[in-house]
Design a protein around this ligand. Structure first.
Ligand code: ADP
Length: 166
């Protein structure tokens, strides 16, 4: 098969608090389409995250340490300003269900209005992971539930540390 990926870099932005199997699946599938995928961890002052930005970055870097096409960065403020400060012209977002669609559609249109050269690409989640979200993982873990099917073992370990207070 010829390599016809045309050197396109995609930015996959999100909170990733923490990264789930749904995110991992989407990133793994996206490197088969794009030459390089930058996972951009949002530093959002308004939310109170479970993991700090550096903890989130470190978990993602560890999980993809053998996938050189995946890079991890962080950004604060407007995604579109971060996009305009770099070379990438593609924003990659995941769609789990129809409920994701309206918000994602609005964001994509707003981002195109702000920066017409930046395009948003959507990938549907794998059927197996449609129900997985960082919020569900945190809710389940905070109540002592088993999250081993929802996150990478490395992340499961870090979650256990958080909730056991160690
Ligand atoms: P945000 O904080 O912007 O909602 P998240 O960290 O929750 O971002 O997710 C980042 C991106 O990953 C979003 O595009 C979201 O749709 C996608 N995503 C989250 N969970 C899944 C999943 N289970 N399958 C596919 N994509 C997902």
């Amino acid at each position: 098969m010829t390599d016809d990926k045309c050197g396109i870099t995609a930015v996959f932005p999100g909170s990733f608090d923490p990264i789930t199997v749904g995110h991992i699946d989407l990133i793994e599938r996206s490197v088969a389409v794009f030459d390089k995928v930058i996972v951009a961890v949002a530093c959002n002052q308004e939310k109170t995250p479970l993991f700090s930005v550096s903890e989130r970055i470190s978990m993602i870097e560890n999980i993809f340490s053998h996938t050189p096409q995946v890079k991890v960065e962080t950004f604060a403020g407007l995604l579109i300003n971060y996009m305009l400060s770099g070379e990438a012209h593609v924003i990659l977002r995941g769609l789990r269900a129809v409920s994701d669609f309206e918000y994602e559609f609005q964001m994509a249109l707003m981002n195109r209005k702000l920066a017409p050269g930046i395009e948003t690409f959507f990938m549907t989640s794998s059927a197996l992971y449609t129900y997985v979200s960082s919020r569900i993982v945190k809710e389940l873990a905070s109540l002592g539930g088993d999250v081993s099917d929802l996150v990478h073992p490395l992340v499961e370990e870090k979650i256990k540390e958080k909730y056991s207070g160690s």
